[in-house]
Design a protein around this ligand. Structure first.
Ligand code: SF4
Length: 397
């Protein structure tokens, strides 16, 4: 397809379908940054660092050294069942577990697809809020997509999660418990055909419900626990943890200063403010150039190559000139610092939110690659169960 024909294609504008987007007093889509006040989840071992765990045990009138035993059970054996902790005195097991490992996630539903290689979990939190996580087996790695908030306040018009607004921030332990519960499912042989013994989640992507950087402190604390060596944490590699954002610029800059070498992903989806203001309402706060400058600063501070996520939506953001503009904006900021991941949206006949045509996707990728930027068309694993990015609407139906 030549450039004239391509650029003559229509421009579909982003609008919510089948629901009404909440508007703010300025007439723009409302953004919700503060978490509504709700009863806090119970304090759990995974909310605390090792010193605070010992302190809490002392407060509960129990010996501080039990912290390591409980951490081993939880982070290495994936259990919070008192009767399985036979190295603890029978007389105090129940009390230790009740004080340090209170239940956080109640499993509501589990759906497996891709021959058992993908599992979507629906969890109920202590206050009835619902969140999801999606577990995916790939050759040589197991990835868990975790939620960081119940609902989301960013109000993106294509996203099922954002429709009901932000219910509340998840606690650090609620984020971690998704990983521990996934590890338990893997250990129980639930995730397809195992490649070897002792398998567990190797990669985390913060791309489930919520905007991770809007729940900054708890997300960072969760990353610290994920990367802390066992028995104090899950002993995962920071490089295998991806923190994504729609572009909360001050938080991106703060993340760069943490010096935790997580993979950072910016969900850009449009290189021009005209479209992105509508597609990603937070763009009205921080524009494309500001988000890209912050992403570049993340690379400079950490040496970690940044990922740009770009959902390809038919006739909305997949025009050739947008591929060229994206490539130009990235190259303006230097070479070798960024990787583009276009993601085909799910084909949804009759909706404006549908996948680009295959030849359009190929052309989009070709143009960015021609500008010297590594680009990988991502697969949409999980789409059969509505677990792909931006589709997580925890409805208990
Ligand atoms: S796409 Fe992400 S940031 Fe936007 S509303 Fe959905 S969960 Fe929130």
């Amino acid at each position: 397809m030549d450039k004239t024909v391509r650029d003559a294609r229509p421009q579909v504008r982003p609008t919510p379908e089948g629901w009404v987007q909440a508007m703010g007093p300025d007439g723009r889509p409302a953004l919700q940054f503060a978490s509504p006040k709700r009863g806090k989840p119970p304090v759990h071992l995974a909310d605390l660092d090792p010193a605070a765990r010992r302190e809490r045990l002392k407060e509960l009138g129990m010996p501080a050294y039990r912290a390591t035993q409980l951490s081993t059970h939880y982070f290495s054996r994936y259990t919070d069942v008192a009767s399985e902790m036979t190295d603890l005195p029978a007389s105090s097991r129940d009390e230790l577990v009740a004080g340090m490992l209170p239940p956080l996630l109640t499993e509501v539903r589990r759906i497996a697809t891709d021959k058992g290689d993908t599992i979507k979990f629906l969890w109920k939190l202590h206050d009835g809020a619902l969140v999801e996580s999606v577990l995916m087996r790939y050759p040589g790695r197991i990835t868990l997509c975790v939620s960081s908030q119940a609902g989301c306040g960013m109000n993106c018009p294509f996203c099922a999660t954002g429709q009901a607004g932000l219910t509340r921030n998840m606690s650090t332990a609620e984020i971690i418990d998704q990983v521990v519960r996934a590890n338990r499912a893997i250990a129980e042989g639930e995730l397809g055909k195992a490649e070897h013994d002792g398998e567990r989640v190797t990669n985390i992507v913060f791309m489930g419900m919520g905007e991770p950087l809007a729940n900054y402190k708890r997300v960072i604390d969760a990353v610290r626990i994920m990367t802390a060596p066992q028995p104090d944490g899950l002993g995962m590699s920071a490089r295998h943890i991806t923190v994504s954002t729609v572009g909360l610029v001050p938080a991106i800059r703060k993340l760069a200063e943490e010096k935790i070498p997580v993979t950072f992903a910016l969900s850009l989806h449009a290189p021009d403010d005209d479209l992105r203001d509508e597609l990603i309402p937070v763009n009205s706060r921080w524009k494309v150039d500001e988000a890209l400058d912050a992403a570049r600063a993340y690379f400079e501070a950490t040496g970690r190559r940044v990922s740009i996520e770009y959902a390809l939506i038919k006739d909305m953001n997949d025009h050739g000139w947008r591929a060229d503009l994206l490539a130009a904006k990235l190259n303006e900021r230097g070479r070798g610092w960024v990787h583009v991941n276009p993601i085909p949206l799910n084909p949804t006949p009759g909706s404006i939110w549908t996948s680009s045509e295959p030849d359009v996707m190929r052309e989009f990728v070709r143009r960015i690659e021609a500008a010297g930027i590594p680009t990988t068309l991502r697969d949409t694993r999980g789409k059969e169960i509505d677990g792909a990015c931006g589709q997580l609407a925890a409805a208990d139906a």
